[in-house]
Design a protein. Structure first.
Length: 503
């Protein structure tokens, strides 16, 4: 029985439909983080703005979501988990429609902000409700289903975004959310109402809320725009960094001393939660860096289209989906820390496999590591989630899920910004080294004049980018190794993976 609501877990077809509704809603929200990335040129051209202005359609959503995700625990305690989830899904649908109907950049940015606010609670609420509708012994399976939507959606986003924008128009990257919202809202209303949690009329921590908005907003904008303005060479980025750092410290002090904090930071007192979340965020950063880098490498260096680069990366979803039930089943019989460590080490080995990429690489060699990477994803994602949420009290589940999703999303933002900056810097270093060792006479003798110099310049650039890409993958392997060792700082789970606390 679900201790929080007194309702029995769902069974049979009702359980399958309820799990589908929650997982599909989460997939929709995570998909929208990346679906607009490849559509920026289409959006900018349609709205007659510069591409740098068009990127605010992405940044506005990311900032709004980053601010609202950690508030999910407070919202669930204040209004009830099911009510928050339902209103978030309906709000997401409404603002998706308005985004698609936008005829100016200002309107699009405004509606993307509200779309981010609406979508943010869906991630942790879907995770929390999964644990309530599934029987306790099948909680790993529930988290496996939820985790795979979180892993596959960022990869599917650019593929769908590019295909839809090229074949129809960018407006449809938002309109496709509407049937998903209709299905998820209808199923949720029928199946989840009895799992509503009690609502408490707690005082609103206005100071904590304002501090949260300031430091998260400043940090997210800094990460999104830093590369465009050469990071700390820009006074704007320096100012954002100072604001984020100072206000973050003030936020921590206030929340740790406030009687009714907007975010329950006490969950970090549980070592299992802290280690699980840090290990998951670290591994996700390493994983997401490849999600960002590989399409860029394929399109800028190997001449792939956005669609074909999406196909090359999409293979990660195959084994990820197939191995999810296996990882969920093993989590009840094997030490969760061992599963996580082995899964993360597998990701490290796959990253090492990519360090041998060359400019003449074929599609199969590119796609193979993506396919193999999917094998390890469920073990790290399900395991770290089990460790984290299984370590907190029942009333802290929603808050813990919100914090976990926030830190994972933030790690993805860090990975996106850092990997592109390091990639460009490393390319310049590799280019300078190649210039010192090449023999230009061989190229220029075969193709003299300006054409020869251009061909030589292109050859050096392509090889420099490839070498820089290999170096990034080597660094990612080191990150995975660190995360695989870090997980052993968590306390040993007692017996089977126990998620009854969430029920």
């Amino acid at each position: 029985m679900n201790l929080a609501t007194g309702a029995q877990p769902l069974k049979g077809a009702r359980l399958a439909l309820g799990g589908f509704a929650l997982a599909f809603a989460n997939f929709m929200v995570v998909l929208d983080i990346t679906i607009a990335n490849v559509s920026v040129p289409h959006i900018s051209g349609s709205l007659a703005v510069a591409p740098t202005q068009g990127t605010w359609a992405i940044t506005s959503y990311s900032v709004a979501e980053a601010i609202c995700v950690p508030l999910s625990g407070w919202l669930a305690a204040r209004f009830g988990a099911v009510r928050v989830f339902m209103l978030s899904v309906l709000g997401f649908g409404l603002f998706s429609l308005l985004c698609g109907l936008s005829r100016s950049l200002e309107a699009l940015i405004l509606f993307r902000v509200f779309q981010g606010f609406s979508g943010a609670p869906i991630m942790p609420m879907s995770q929390t409700l999964m644990l309530r509708i599934f029987p306790p012994e099948r909680a790993p399976m529930a988290l496996g289903l939820w985790s795979m939507t979180t892993v596959v959606a960022p990869i599917a986003g650019p593929i769908l975004g590019g295909t839809i924008s090229d074949s129809w128009s960018w407006h449809w990257i938002f309109f496709i959310n509407l049937p998903v919202v209709a299905v998820c809202a209808g199923l949720s209303w029928q199946l989840l109402r009895r799992y509503e949690t009690p609502a408490e009329r707690k005082p609103v921590d206005y100071v904590g809320l304002v501090l949260l908005v300031i430091w998260v907003g400043a940090l997210q904008i800094m990460l999104d725009k830093g590369r465009e303005v050469d990071w700390f060479a820009s006074s704007f980025i320096v100012a954002l960094a100072i604001i984020a750092a100072v206000v973050f410290v003030a936020f921590l002090i206030w929340e740790l001393t406030e009687k009714n904090p907007i975010i329950d930071l006490s969950v970090f007192r549980q070592r299992g939660f802290t280690v699980g979340v840090v290990a998951q965020s670290t591994t996700y950063a390493g994983f997401f860096s490849s999600v960002v880098l590989i399409p860029l490498f394929l399109q800028t260096n190997l001449g792939y289209t956005a669609t074909w680069s999406g196909y090359a990366t999409a293979f990660i979803g195959v084994l990820a989906v197939l191995m999810s039930p296996v990882a969920a089943g093993l989590s009840n019989r094997v030490d969760t820390r061992l599963l996580v460590s082995c899964g993360v080490l597998w990701l490290g080995l796959v990253s090492l496999l990519r360090t041998g990429w060359v400019t003449q690489i074929d599609f199969f060699t590119l796609a193979l590591p993506q396919f193999l990477q999917g094998f390890g994803m469920p073990f790290f994602f399900i395991g770290t989630t089990l460790l984290a949420l299984g370590s907190v009290r029942p009333e802290q589940t929603a808050s813990a899920a919100g914090i976990q999703n926030f830190l994972r999303t933030l790690s993805g933002a860090f990975a996106t910004s850092i990997v592109q900056t390091v990639w460009e810097t490393q390319t310049r270093i590799e280019r300078a080294e190649l210039v010192n060792v090449i023999h230009p006479d061989r190229v220029l003798s075969a193709l003299p004049g300006q054409a020869g110099r251009l061909a030589l310049d292109r050859l050096v650039e392509v090889e420099a980018v490839t070498l820089a890409t290999d170096r990034i993958f080597l660094g990612s392997a080191g990150i995975f190794l660190f995360a695989a060792m870090l997980i052993w700082l968590a306390p040993k789970p007692q017996g089977k993976a126990d998620m009854s606390a969430a029920h």
